[in-house]
Every structure is written in structure tokens, then in C-alpha cells.
Design a protein around this ligand. Structure first.
Ligand SMILES: *[C@@H]1O[C@H](CO)[C@@H](O)[C@H](O)[C@H]1NC(C)=O
Length: 149
């Protein structure tokens, strides 16, 4: 479950795909390199809703604030979002499914979606998708993000 996220600020490490990697060998493509994007503290509140449905147990965990700090991107997390995570009825594994908003220190808005299951080690490795109309941060629309927690 996700209980460690409730009523707390959680440090999160975010990695994003860097530019083009080394030249691929003909036999195996090289793995893309990752570069650090930011560390985030995501403030969540207690579960607002928990309901068993056709895909498992769906929760609604409000995301009410926090911040993010990195070399190219920093700012605050707005009080407008939630994690609508789902617990797989067969494995009891929780998968996060969040949507929330970032506001950069220079006033730009970024919509973010993250998703992914908790790994057997207990770590969360989330996939991230950014969306922004900001000219300055438009490059984020093409970033493939990975969130480690
Ligand atoms: C982000 O939030 C954490 C937890 O409240 C706090 O310790 C940290 O100082 C904040 N960072 C910034 C840059 O505001």
C-alpha cells in the first residue's frame, strides 16, 4: 500500500532521459543514459476514497503541496492533484496513478502524470509524463522521466 505517503513529505528522486546515447552496436542497442532532473517533496493527505471496483481497489490520495529542486527546474507543487492509485486484486501490489501541477520558481505551469507499480523491493519506480505550454520548459514535453522513491 501507499500508507507511507500519507500526511508526510516524501523525498523523491527524478531521473530523465539524457540526449542521444553512445552509438548503438549492431547487435544490441545501448541503454539510454539518465540524468538527474530534480528532487521533489510531495505532500499528501490521508485517503479520501477507497473503493473496490472492476480493476481492484481504487484510492484517492490528495496531493496538496510540496516542492521540487533541480539544476534546470525548481518550484512548488500546487494544491491541486491526487494519486488515484490502484491495488491489483491478484497480487495486492499498489500502482500509483497521479496527476498534479508544478509551478516553477519563474511562474510557469507544468502538468505532470506519474504511474507505476511498487517493486518487490518496496521501491517505487514511476513513469513520468510532463505537459506544458511554457516556451522555456517546452523541452519537458519530450522527456521520458523515471521517478525513484
Ligand atoms: C522542500 O520541502 C521540504 C519539506 O518541507 C523542506 O525541508 C525543504 O526545505 C523545501 N525546499 C525548498 C527549496 O523549499
Amino acid at each position: 500500500m501507499f500508507s507511507f505517503l500519507k500526511n508526510t513529505l516524501v523525498p523523491l528522486l527524478l531521473l530523465s532521459q539524457a540526449g542521444p546515447g553512445a552509438a548503438a552496436s549492431p547487435a544490441y542497442p545501448t541503454a539510454p543514459e539518465l540524468s538527474f532532473l530534480y528532487t521533489a517533496y510531495v505532500k499528501c493527505e490521508g485517503t479520501l476514497m477507497e473503493s473496490r471496483g472492476p480493476h481492484g481497489i481504487r484510492k484517492a490520495i490528495p496531493i496538496v503541496g510540496g516542492n521540487f529542486t533541480g539544476p534546470h527546474l525548481s518550484g512548488e507543487i500546487l494544491d491541486v492533484g491526487a494519486d488515484w492509485g490502484l491495488t491489483d486484486p491478484q497480487t495486492s501490489v499498489f500502482s500509483a496513478d497521479t496527476r498534479y501541477n508544478l509551478r516553477t520558481h519563474d511562474g510557469e505551469n507544468i502538468f505532470i502524470q506519474t504511474s507505476g507499480p511498487k517493486s518487490p523491493s518496496g521501491q517505487l519506480h514511476l513513469r513520468l509524463v510532463f505537459e506544458t505550454g511554457s516556451e522555456k520548459y517546452y523541452w519537458l514535453n519530450n522527456v521520458l522521466g523515471r521517478f525513484m522513491m
